[in-house]
Design a protein around this ligand. Structure first.
Ligand code: OXD
Ligand code: MN
Length: 586
């Protein structure tokens, strides 16, 4: 049954149905009854496997095609009308060419299948931050995952009303042909097309496709920002909570930081960290500050390495109503396992491909390194009381970070907003932790947005710089690096919960409680201002962690010059000026 009479919605669905030729069209109303019957259907076809419902109520396992296990950056396109608008860091094809090529793949792709219509909201339905989308898909896994990751159903259609202001997403699994897999964004048409994949990052269109690539363009045009950032609140013993947003490339512990548990001494004293979001932040000027919401409704986290020590809150979040993808199935008790969960791999199990696997004797990992859990945010024990606040939370600090063995100190603060934008623009992360002592090669990943910015990165930086004019009290901008190593390649900062000590310094700097050392790259903590009590780190190590090696930074400047040169005349002058200042200071 159709759930709207909106002619923009209906004519678009008719067009997509004419193209893909499904046997039927089913509208997702958001009711538990409908989702339950879809779960039952997916279990019947083998698309989902029911896990132990006593130990893991509402939890299911899914296996994706072995050739379809990750985002495909080389097959992801920004199809703006002009190539210039996609910029030098995105793949581009003209909309005409891309539509024509993808139409030939979509043609009849849903024959014999059902097309599901999922109305969804990014953000609290009806809030000033919310944006709406409709995803058409032939995958029940996508429907059930979208029901965890976003707010779905009739209430969204009520918000769209008779209007045309919604993002049109079309997803077809087709035959999962990796050579004909495309994730295409048409920013001028509010359209996302995804075909030949069933992997979350490519097909849960609300996440990277809408909430980052499309939303970054909307933000540019409407004066706000869509960022690849976690949002967390630090509550002091007096009950006051300050919020920070932080951007890290993947494999830098973003979900862990978002759900951090403070070191014991701090916990006893009454400090607490609240998670507002673990991946995406939408930021808007309000009351002279930047306010942030997490537009998502769940977590799509990497399973391997997640355990009760590294992230007990994430483990708790997956305890019920979660979908696991490409992890190990323990056949003894029908639960799940992955590398790094515990030291006790199951012996009677199936690996992520569904093949028999014995964790005690197998020489290969049982879970795919990019295996995932999709879990409702409300399950997380430290989910912020502000998670559903339609107005979001005021941001005191923005933190950038990456994995750098030697260059970046544990923490430093930018001098002002423009310098902070520069600090974000030069972000990088080392690709591999190479052999002992070796320094890895940095891949530049500005603001951790390299694969997610829907337009020219130079224009994106200009937009960042411009945002300062819209907010009287913009957040202070910092850079952190949890990954400094010694000469043997061993990490010298303990990380995880101990990162709280750095958050404390950051927030004290924001409220003007601490002085700092002015260095060539920005403000560094004074010795003694990072509390090391109970951390196991001595002051000599802290000195190493805060050391700025000028020779390495001079190399860094050459790397940045090379990177900046790609952007030609869209590189903001203010950023070349910052680079010149840094070079001179070194
Ligand atoms: C993610 C990513 O899945 O950044 O969040 O790749
Ligand atoms: Mn991410």
């Amino acid at each position: 049954m159709q759930l709207t009479s909106n002619k923009h919605v209906l004519s678009w669905i008719d067009e997509c149905a004419a193209l893909t030729a499904p046997d039927s069209v089913v509208w997702i109303d958001g009711s538990e009854a409908q989702l339950a019957s879809l779960r039952a259907e997916a279990v019947a076809t083998g698309e989902l496997i029911t896990l132990n419902q006593e130990k893991m109520p509402g939890c299911y396992l899914h296996r994706s095609d072995p050739t379809d296990v990750a985002r495909v950056e080389d097959r992801t396109f920004i199809c703006s009308r002009s190539k210039r608008d996609a910029g030098p860091t995105n793949n581009w094809k003209s909309p005409d060419e891309m539509y024509a090529m993808m139409k030939s793949i979509y043609a009849g792709a849903m024959a014999g299948r059902v097309m599901y219509v999922i109305p969804y909201s990014m953000g609290v339905v009806g809030s000033p931050f919310a944006k709406y989308g409709i995803e058409l898909t032939d995958s029940i896994y996508v429907v059930l995952s979208m029901a965890i990751m976003t707010r779905i159903g009739k209430s969204v259609l009520a918000q769209i009303g008779d209007g045309a202001d919604f993002i049109k997403g079309l997803h077809a699994k087709a035959n999962l042909d990796p050579e004909r897999r495309y994730i295409a964004h048409f920013p001028e048409d509010n359209t996302i097309w995804s075909v030949n994949s069933g992997y979350g990052g490519n097909v849960l269109l609300g996440k990277k496709c809408f909430a980052l690539r499309m939303a970054s363009v909307l933000g540019r045009d409407q004066g706000w920002m869509a960022e690849h950032m976690l949002i967390l609140g630090v509550e002091a013993p007096n009950g006051e909570t300050k919020y920070v947003a932080a951007a890290f490339p993947s494999a830098c512990g973003k979900t862990n930081l978002a759900m951090l548990i403070p070191p014991e001494g701090y916990e006893k004293a009454g400090w607490k960290v609240w998670c507002v979001g673990d991946d995406i932040a939408w930021l808007r000027p309000k009351n002279g500050m930047l306010y942030a919401v997490n537009p998502e409704y769940g977590f799509f986290g990497v399973a391997p390495g997640t355990n009760v020590k590294s992230n007990p809150n994430a483990i708790a979040a997956t305890a019920k109503n979660a979908i696991f993808t490409n992890v190990v199935q323990n056949l003894d008790d029908n639960t799940v396992w992955w590398e790094g969960l515990d030291k006790n791999p199951p012996e009677n199990a199936l690996d992520w491909r569904g093949n028999p696997w014995n964790g005690k004797t197998a020489g290969t990992p049982g879970a795919h390194p990019n295996s995932r859990f999709t879990a409702p945010a409300v399950n997380c024990p430290c989910i912020s009381p502000e998670f559903e606040n339609p107005d979001g939370v005021p941001i005191s600090a923005i933190i950038f970070g990456g994995r750098r063995a030697k260059t970046a100190p544990l923490v430093y603060q930018s001098r002002d907003w423009t310098h902070g934008v520069f600090v974000g623009s030069i972000m990088g992360s080392e690709t591999t932790a190479a052999a002992a002592g070796a320094v890895g090669v940095a891949r530049r990943d500005p603001m951790a947005m390299l694969p997610f910015c829907g337009y020219d990165m130079g224009d994106y930086w200009a937009h960042w710089i411009d945002m300062a004019s819209k907010v009287e009290n913009p957040p202070q901008i910092f850079n952190v690096n949890w990954f400094r190593t010694d000469d043997d390649g061993k990490f010298i900062w303990p990380g995880y919960g101990e990162n709280f000590r750095v958050l404390e310094w950051i927030l004290k700097r924001c409220s003007g409680q601490l002085d700092a050392v002015d260095s060539a790259i920005g403000y560094l903590p004074l010795p003694g201002d990072v509390n090391l009590d109970g951390s196991g780190v001595d002051s000599a190590t802290l000195e190493t962690l805060l050391n700025v090696d000028k020779a390495l930074w001079r190399d860094e400047v050459s790397g940045i010059e090379e990177f900046y040169a790609k952007f030609g005349d869209t590189l903001p002058k203010a950023l070349s000026a910052e680079l010149a200042k840094l070079s001179a200071a070194l």
